[in-house]
Ligand binder design. Sequence first.
Ligand SMILES: Nc1ncnc2c1ncn2[C@@H]1O[C@H](COP(=O)(O)OP(=O)(O)OP(=O)(O)O)[C@@H](O)[C@H]1O
Length: 294
Amino acid sequence: MNSVLVAQDLGKRYGRRWALRDCSLEIPAGHVVGLVGPNGAGKTTLLKLAAGQLVPSEGRLTVLGGQPDGSASQLAKVGFVAQDTPAYSGLSVEEHLRLGARLNPGWDAELARDRIAKLGLDPRQRAGKLSGGQRAQLALTLGLAKRPELLILDEPVASLDPLARREFLQGLMEAVVDHDFSVVLSSHLVSDLERTCDYLIVLIGSRVQVAGEVDKLLSTHHRLTGPRRDHLPSDQHVVSATHTDRQSTFVIRTDSPIHDPSWAVTQLTLEDLVLAYMATPGRVHAGPTLEVQR
Ligand SMILES: Nc1ncnc2c1ncn2[C@@H]1O[C@H](COP(=O)(O)OP(=O)(O)OP(=O)(O)O)[C@@H](O)[C@H]1O
């Protein structure tokens, strides 16, 4: 597998406090990857480490085959759009583009100019006077015009209204089609990820709970609803379980078809799947009775 990022026992500590610890994961190339997890899971820390903005306290991290050490060659390969879509408020749009050109050897001036024109942004307007959506688009333009092999976006659309979010993500997707690069995108807005991402990682407490291609994840996770049972067989990977007095609902992960007629089997949306992992991270239930044909 060609990987854009490989982390092994990666950790980052601030004083005595670990922001990320024992994090191991591998992100394959050629995907738009959605990174989700609850507040404080370590997503921003992981993404900043990958972008070379933080130095690991322990473990190993390889991004595009190199160390994210802040070197010019590594910085040229990785674009980073940070959480607060930063821009220099006193600089105009045009000045941002000029700065981008000066700082990035692979700068695609035509892409940047075309994008700004298409967005209808006035090149003379100061970034501080742009709307949140326009500032996010400017930050995305700066990230794209670097022509990175990997573009990392940390909750870029969190503060945008639904239309601005859609336009931002559409712009991102068009750029991926045109220029063929890998993307890692963190967001709490799973419905946005559902439209955008083809690979998902759920990170909780620094640990990957589940990772894989979205289609595959959706086809191997099922919701079972039926008469109350406290447990499923120990070989079942139970992601979550909820019970009323008379009814049980399990979310399970399996490649096999389910033939037990006492279960109503329904498919999950990506949001259901993420919530199932977030509700009961890492829990695997054991016990009797589920007929699964192998
Ligand atoms: N500069 C810092 N100093 C001390 N602790 C920090 C620092 N940055 C992050 N942390 C802590 O590290 C943990 C992980 O933070 P991080 O921002 O990586 O999580 P996150 O998953 O991105 O959260 P959110 O979804 O809220 O953005 C949190 O407990 C946070 O308080």
